[in-house]
Design a protein around this ligand. Structure first.
Ligand code: FES
Ligand code: FES
Length: 179
């Protein structure tokens, strides 16, 4: 016999705003973000923590939202792709209206996406990496994208463009951290 699912109000912060969601506590965070909060940046790829398309930052650390339960994020801070620019603005004391996160700017300038499906996770991973290490080497970039719970996968093979975009974002972020 299946145990009854616990339904309760979960309170957490998403992109700087307190949110409350009434749902079973074992609901994947990805479903809550996309269906309840209408944030379409995180994508459903494999649903098994094997591709990275659903990644978000949880208290600054990249997690796979497809296997992260709603209950486990109680009181924590989630940043999705939609919140990256505001995150950067807050970190640097910039006006939110004018700020674009250097990772997103670099992705545009390098024209990195092909079909684009994986790129949410790629930008989230790049942000996590560059917040810890603003000037990573190529091998550190490769390690970031291939280590952890599983590699970030791109079925279109945009890996070289991703490395170039991380390096471009790194040039901006390392300059900013020296300033
Ligand atoms: S959808 Fe979450 S890792 Fe693939
Ligand atoms: S750009 Fe198509 S899956 Fe990565």
């Amino acid at each position: 016999m299946n145990a009854a699912r616990e339904i309760r109000m979960t309170s957490f912060v998403v992109n700087g705003m307190k949110r409350e969601v009434q749902a079973p506590t074992d609901t994947p965070l990805l479903y809550v973000l996309r269906n309840d909060l209408e944030l379409s940046g995180p994508q459903f790829g494999c649903g098994m923590a094997q591709c990275g398309a659903c990644s978000v930052l949880l208290n600054g650390k990249e997690v796979r939202s497809c296997i992260t339960t709603l209950g486990s994020v109680t009181g924590k801070e989630v940043t999705t792709l939609e919140g990256l620019s505001a995150r950067w603005a807050k970190q640097k004391g910039l006006s939110e209206a004018e700020a674009i996160h250097p990772v997103q700017a670099a992705w545009i300038e390098e024209q990195t996406p092909l079909c684009g499906f994986c790129q949410n996770g790629m930008m989230i991973k790049a942000t996590e990496l560059l917040e810890k290490n603003a000037s990573p080497t190529v091998s550190e970039i490769k390690e970031a994208f291939t280590g952890g719970i599983s590699p970030h996968l791109c079925r279109c093979g945009s890996y070289t463009a991703i490395i170039q975009a991380v390096q471009r974002a790194s040039a901006t972020m390392s300059k900013r951290s020296e300033a």
